[in-house]
Design a protein. Structure first.
Ligand code: ATP
Ligand code: MG
Ligand code: FE
Length: 341
C-alpha cells in the first residue's frame, strides 16, 4: 500500500509517499521560516495562505521524485491536529478532496504520533516498548511507548516546551527567528565555565519539567551583563547561550535517566525539533554508554516537521482509513486519547 501524507500543522508544508513494502519513496518540504522571520514568529493567517500555495506543487514534486502518479496512491494521510486551526484546515481540505477525487480512503494522523514514531524511519530502529523524549516547539513530554497508539505520559513540562524555551530565549538575546538552532550554534562557541544558570526541577521527585524560569534567569543575566559591559559582547552572548543550553540539556538528560530507571526500559527514543540539538545528542549518547541503554533518533532531516512522518504514521494506522465523509481538524488533541493501532 502506498500512502500519500500531508503535514500542515504549523509553518512547514510537507508531502511524502510511503510504501508499506518498500519504505519511504519520496518526501518534499517547504518551510515558511523566512516568511515569518520578518514578524519574529509564526503569523497563522500567512501560514494558512502559504500552505495553499505550496500544496499542489509539492504533491507534483513528491510524485515525480518517486517516479509515480496519483493513480499509484492507495490512501491519503494528513495531520488532523494538534496545530494551528487554519493551517490544519488547508492540509485536511486538500487531502480529503484529493482522496475523494481518487476514490481512495483517508486516514487522520496525530502530529505528535508522527514525531514519536519518526525514529522508526531511521536505519537503526527501536523495538517496542521504549521510552520516548518528545521535545518540540510546542511539547516536552516523557512517554512510555508500548506500541502504536499505546502511549503513557510519565512527565511533561508544566509551562514552556523545550523548543519554545530555546526560541524565546534566543529572541530575548536578540537572535533572529527561528532562534533555537541559532542559539545552539552560538552555544557551541561559548565558554561553559563562565556562567551557571538554574536547572529547574532537576531534583524534583517526578518526571515533570519547567523551562519558563530558565528563560527569566537568562533575561536577568543579560540585563546584569549589559549594565556591566555596556552592551552584550559577542563572546558574552555565546557564553550565555552555552549556559542556557547546558542547563536545558542537563535537565532533559536527568529526567530521561530517571524515567529509564523507573520503567526499566533499555531503549530511549528522542523525537521533535530539539532532538536535532547536537549537545543533547552527545550528552544522551554518552549517558547511554555509561548506563547501558540505547538511544534512537529520527534521521536528522525528519526531526522537525515533515510529511514523511505523517505518511508513515498513516501507514501504521491503515486499519482506521475510511472513505471521505466530511472532515474536521483538532487544533488541541491529547496524544494519550488515541486508540491502539
Ligand atoms: P509541535 O510538534 O509540538 O507542534 P513544532 O512542530 O513547532 O511543535 P518541531 O518542528 O518538532 O516543533 O520543532 C521545532 C522546534 O525545535 C523549535 O522550537 C526549534 O527552535 C527547535 N529546534 C530545532 N533545531 C534545534 C536545535 N538544533 N537546537 C535546539 N532547538 C532546536
Ligand atoms: Mg516549524
Ligand atoms: Fe512538530
Amino acid at each position: 500500500m502506498r500512502v500519500l501524507g500531508y503535514e500542515s500543522s504549523c509553518d512547514e508544508t510537507g508531502v511524502a509517499l510511503y510504501d508499506t513494502e518498500k519504505g519511504l519513496l519520496a518526501h518534499c518540504l517547504h518551510t515558511q521560516m523566512a516568511m515569518h522571520a520578518e514578524y519574529g514568529g509564526v503569523v497563522p493567517e500567512l501560514a494558512s495562505r502559504d500552505h495553499i500555495r505550496r500544496v499542489v506543487p509539492l504533491t507534483d514534486a513528491c510524485l515525480k521524485e518517486a517516479g509515480l502518479t496519483l493513480a499509484d496512491v492507495d490512501a491519503v494521510a494528513y495531520t488532523q491536529g494538534p496545530g494551528l486551526g487554519g493551517a490544519l484546515l488547508v492540509g485536511a481540505g486538500f487531502a480529503n478532496a484529493l482522496a475523494f477525487a481518487l476514490g481512495k480512503p483517508v486516514v487522520e494522523v496525530h502530529h505528535l504520533e508522527g514525531h514519536l514514531l519518526s525514529p522508526l524511519l531511521a536505519d537503526e530502529r527501536p523495538e517496542f516498548p521504549f521510552l520516548a523524549l518528545l521535545v518540540s516547539g510546542g511539547h516536552s513530554q516523557i512517554m512510555a511507548v508500548r506500541g502504536v497508539g499505546n502511549y503513557e505520559i510519565l512527565g511533561e513540562t508544566l509551562d514552556d516546551a523545550a523548543g519554545e524555551a530555546f526560541d524565546k530565549t534566543a529572541k530575548l538575546m536578540g537572535l533572529d527567528y527561528p532562534g533555537g538552532p541559532r542559539l545552539s550554534k552560538l552555544a557551541e562557541e561559548g565558554d561553559a565555565t563562565r556562567f551557571t544558570l538554574p536547572r529547574p526541577m532537576l531534583h524534583s521527585d517526578n518526571l515533570d519539567m519547567s523551562f519558563s524560569g530558565l528563560k527569566t534567569a537568562v533575561l536577568t543575566l543579560v540585563r546584569d551583563v549589559e549594565a556591566q559591559e555596556g552592551g552584550l559582547k559577542e563572546q558574552t552572548r555565546k557564553d550565555i547561550c552555552r549556559a542556557f543550553q547546558d542547563a536545558i540539556v542537563d535537565v532533559l538528560v536527568a529526567k530521561c535517566l530517571k524515567a529509564l530507571k523507573q520503567t526499566g526500559f533499555k531503549q530511549l527514543v528522542v523525537a521533535g525539533g530539539v532532538g536535532a540539538n547536537r549537545q543533547l545528542r552527545e550528552a544522551l549518547n554518552s549517558a547511554a554508554q555509561r548506563r547501558k541503554f540505547k538511544v534512537f533518533y529520527p534521521p536528522l532531516a525528519l526531526c522537525t516537521d515533515n510529511g514523511a512522518m505523517i505518511a508513515f504514521a498513516g501507514a501504521l494506522r491503515l486499519k482506521y482509513a475510511h472513505p471521505v465523509a466530511g472532515y474536521t481538524v483538532k487544533p488541541r488533541w491529547d496524544l494519550a486519547s488515541l486508540p491502539k493501532a
